[in-house]
Design a protein around this ligand. Structure first.
Ligand code: GDP
Length: 363
């Protein structure tokens, strides 16, 4: 399963956010078994409004959302790349994730110490970026040295050397690898380095409940930084999310309405991170259950079937396919068939977001 790592300075609200994510998943444990792999890894269900509507059409007994993983990565401090704090451990944990959720403190609270003494998201983002850049620089320099030696006997490595040199120059200027403008092929060549500053990133600005509806100046500052990477910014209130969990279900909407919002930001964050990871959803539906399944963008029908069961992939014949919107507008599978909106797709079909599929396969 692809993983997103929650990263940020200490006391910005990472654990509060992580706990809210996990508590939400636990609350839905009736629907699927909740598993804790490691204390800092949470399996979270991906909110999807389509499931309820499909389940209504099919009169499904069960609704099962798809899931993804979040990892709470212990607080980074200035100097981590030199081994300060949890330093190397922290960086190794980030190397293993597929995307980064960078939590930035955009709330003021005299009771909660800020590691650098004041709230300043621009400085905070720079501190984290610098540590990641320095860690990458050490990694790239080591590889460059090796590749240069090997390139003397193997000209094929010259291209790699050129990329590494380009990276060293940028990283030395404090520029993250994601802003170097490497082509897809170039990225592929240096993939094994697991560069931290090349991972897709999303910013979660943590605000107080009063700013949830409107945002604040600090959020705007983070947006300006994110724009450089064409990265998304999601406004959340970890505090609100943690309070919501404590409330009975029927009081939650009122509480949110009193803040002028419909959610505390957690749902949006999960969805945005899911998309950042390049994940797509297809749906299956029937009287037993309506369920969402995760695939990677570009997957073909047999591989998508394999997500359910390897037998489905091996014995794949065809996938009866209807777009979610078409099915909903027809009101029933029968109706969609009559209108010719249910297609029979073969092995080369690239599954689309929101496809409702029924697999035909040999056992
Ligand atoms: P971490 O070190 O980044 O994991 O931060 P924590 O999640 O432990 O949060 C540090 C402190 O900030 C805790 O006391 C939280 O209750 C508090 N906190 C987190 N989010 C908010 C928020 O949105 N507003 C306020 N006022 N406090 C928050």
């Amino acid at each position: 399963m692809l993983r997103a790592g929650i990263v940020g300075l200490p006391n910005v609200g990472k654990s509060t956010l992580f706990n809210a994510l996990v508590a939400n998943a636990k609350a839905e444990a009736a629907n699927f078994p909740f598993c804790t792999i490691e204390p800092n890894v949470g399996v979270v269900s991906v909110p999807d409004d389509r499931l309820g509507k499909l389940a209504e059409i099919s009169q499904s007994i069960k609704v099962v959302p798809t899931r993804m993983e979040f990892v709470d990565i212990a607080g980074l401090v200035a100097g981590a790349s030199k081994g300060e704090g949890l330093g190397n451990q922290f960086l190794a944990n980030i190397r293993e994730v597929d995307a980064i959720v960078h939590v930035v403190r955009c709330f003021d609270d005299d009771d909660i110490i800020h590691v650098a003494g004041s709230v300043d998201p621009v400085r905070d983002v720079e501190v984290i970026d610098l540590e990641l850049v320095l860690a990458d620089l050490a990694q790239v320099e080591k590889r460059l040295e090796r590749s240069r030696k090997q390139a003397r006997g193997n000209k094929d490595l010259l291209e790699e050397v050129a990329i590494l040199e380009k990276l060293v120059a940028a990283l030395n200027e404090g520029i993250p690898a994601r802003r170097v403008g490497l082509t897809a092929e170039e990225q592929e060549l240096i993939k094994s380095l697991g560069l931290l500053t090349l991972k897709p990133i999303i910013y979660a600005t943590n605000v107080t409940e009063d700013d949830l509806a409107t945002g604040n100046d600090w959020v705007e500052q983070v947006k300006a930084i994110a724009a450089k990477d064409e990265a998304k910014v999601v406004v959340i209130s970890a505090q609100v999310e943690s309070e919501l969990i404590e409330l009975p279900e029927e009081e939650r909407q009122d509480f949110l309405a009193s803040l002028g919002v419909t959610e505390g930001g957690l749902k949006s964050l999960i969805r945005a991170t899911y998309e950042l990871l390049g994940l797509r959803t297809y749906l299956t539906t029937g009287p037993q259950e309506t369920r969402a399944w995760t695939i990677i963008s570009g997957m073909k029908a047999p591989q998508a079937a394999g997500v359910i069961h390897t037998d489905f992939e091996r014995g794949f014949i065809r996938a009866e396919t209807v777009a979610y919107e078409d099915l909903i507008s027809c009101g029933s599978m029968q109706g969609a068939k009559e209108k010719g909106l249910v297609r029979s797709e073969g092995k080369e079909y690239v599954v689309q977001e929101g496809d409702v599929l029924l697999f035909r396969f040999n056992v």
